[in-house]
Write a protein that binds this ligand. Structure first.
Ligand code: BGP
Length: 465
């Protein structure tokens, strides 16, 4: 008996990215992660870098076959700027890079897996960082559009679903505010705000370029990591802190992408504090005409906040920081994934879905990532080498039940992509936490379907569970 049936043609799929599956292998240019690993390999778990990642560069054909074999009908990966482009200033294409992505896309079609192609997944070319400060510089925005155009022209005949940027918020957050991705700055709030603006603008400009390229049947969206802010109490102060956190971390990208405007309250606060971004002439029109066709939502964990009572941490005191308006709240009832340190809160899936429905009526969207990373999964391996990851099945079911409820109530969700299909490289955590439906033995690179892989196969076949 199917208790939770999903809409017709639902995407049952998974997501990954170029840097995390193909890695640095055979590329002519470094991105910031490649560079960071060369400079400081010790900051990566077990010193495992992005060099060959999960060998997707050479194994893509069998990997896509395997993806299809567990019932997935769609898969997202990203094109690496540093693989496709040879000259970032002119957008001149690298022949080998183009040949690889051509073969890859053909393999998607051969195996009957819908390609969802993303253009940026935390992979800033080192040269552009050194020359223009990466996303801090306006110039980078236009060079990104050149790259996107090259990709549309090369692959638009076969790729119909495009996404511009994965989790734009992670760039300012990780690199400029809290120091967990290169360049590891902390508390550089004003620059982070400019980066947020430039990423939103890059997205709008890319969407306009996409429209100009006239890709038959093509649709374009953006992938946002949403962390709804739940407050410690219903007091006015806490609610104000929650509204600010929501605007800063979620609506700052949601609103321009889906409605063509930045959240007015956020703009006002940043202006008052003297840290509002430098805008480009005529950009309102660019945002208005650069809205998405659909939205992808990565959901892993919520944000819990309260009004700030404690002093700012030392490292955030030198400049403006968004943290002046809130502090993290440690909810006593929280459930934690101890390996990743993220709270597990499935109900947020429902809240996100209903929020999208109410705020942007009629906007189609899908869950573009959701998943649970677990360390030391070999512990759960049975005598046949199959990882018995019941915890992952439970995790997915809990989130899907809430998603289902929101769909029943009219939220236009058209798919669910897990992170991820086969275990892949996870930035600083490298292969510490495994997320896949399919395990990867790092030594032999052997792939084995986990219990969750068999479960999703059944779920996709039944279009529900
Ligand atoms: C998302 C990213 C992915 C992926 C995932 C898991 O934020 O889009 O690239 O890595 O999180 O997180 P992590 O790898 O940090 O454990």
């Amino acid at each position: 008996m199917i208790q939770y049936a999903f809409p017709k043609n639902f995407w049952w799929g998974a997501a990954s990215s170029g840097p995390q599956t193909e890695g640095f292998f055979n590329k002519a240019h470094l991105n910031l992660m490649d560079y960071w690993f060369k400079k400081e390999p010790e900051v990566f778990f077990n010193r495992v870098g992005p060099d060959r990642a999960s060998e997707f560069f050479t194994r893509y054909d069998e990997d896509l076959k395997l993806i299809k074999s567990i019932g997935l009908n769609s898969f997202r990966t990203s094109i690496q700027w540093t693989r496709l482009i040879d000259d970032f200033e002119t957008g001149k294409v690298n022949k080998e890079g183009a040949a690889f992505y051509n073969k890859l896309i053909d393999a998607f079609l051969k195996h009957g897996v819908l390609p969802v192609i993303n253009l940026y997944h935390f992979d800033m070319p080192l040269e552009l960082f050194q020359k223009y400060g990466g996303w801090s510089g306006e110039k980078t925005v236009d060079l990104f559009v050149l790259f996107a155009r090259a990709a549309f022209k090369l692959f638009g005949d076969r790729v119909k679903y495009w996404t511009v940027i994965n989790e734009p918020m992670v760039q300012p957050e990780a690199g400029w505010l809290y120091g967990f991705h290169y360049p590891n700055y902390k508390g550089k709030g004003a620059e982070a705000v400019q980066i947020m603006h430039n990423l939103a603008l890059a997205s709008a400009k890319t969407i306009r370029a996409f429209r100009e390229e006239n890709i038959k049947g093509g649709e374009i969206g953006v992938i946002l990591n949403l962390t709804p802010a739940y407050t410690a109490s219903d007091s006015d102060e806490d609610k104000k802190a929650g509204a600010f956190a929501d605007d800063f971390f979620n609506n700052s990208f949601l609103d321009p992408a889906c409605a063509g405007v930045f959240p007015p309250a956020l703009v006002e606060t940043l202006k008052k504090d003297g840290v509002l971004w430098k805008a480009q002439d005529g950009e309102n029109e660019i945002f208005q005409s650069g809205k998405v066709d659909f939205l992808g939502v990565n959901y892993y964990h919520p944000k819990r906040v309260a009004a700030r009572k404690s002093p700012l941490p030392q490292e955030l005191r030198s400049e403006w920081t968004p943290d002046v308006y809130f502090e993290e709240y440690d909810w006593p009832q929280k459930r934690i994934n101890p390996y990743r340190g993220w709270e597990i809160y499935p109900k947020a899936m429902y809240d996100i879905a209903i929020n999208i429905k109410n705020k942007y009526p009629g906007l189609p969207w899908y869950v573009s990532e959701n998943g649970m990373g677990v360390e030391g999964e070999e512990r759960f391996m049975d005598e046949n080498g199959v990882i018995q990851d019941d915890y992952r099945i439970d995790f997915y079911k809990e989130h899907l039940i809430y998603l289902h409820k929101a769909i029943e109530e009219g939220s236009k969700c058209f798919g669910f992509h897990a992170w991820t299909a086969f275990d892949c490289w996870s930035w600083n955590n490298a292969y510490k936490n495994r997320y896949g439906y399919i395990s990867v033995d790092l030594e032999s690179q052997k792939r084995t379907i986990k219990k969750s892989g068999w479960w999703i196969k059944e779920t996709a076949k039944n279009n529900g569970f």
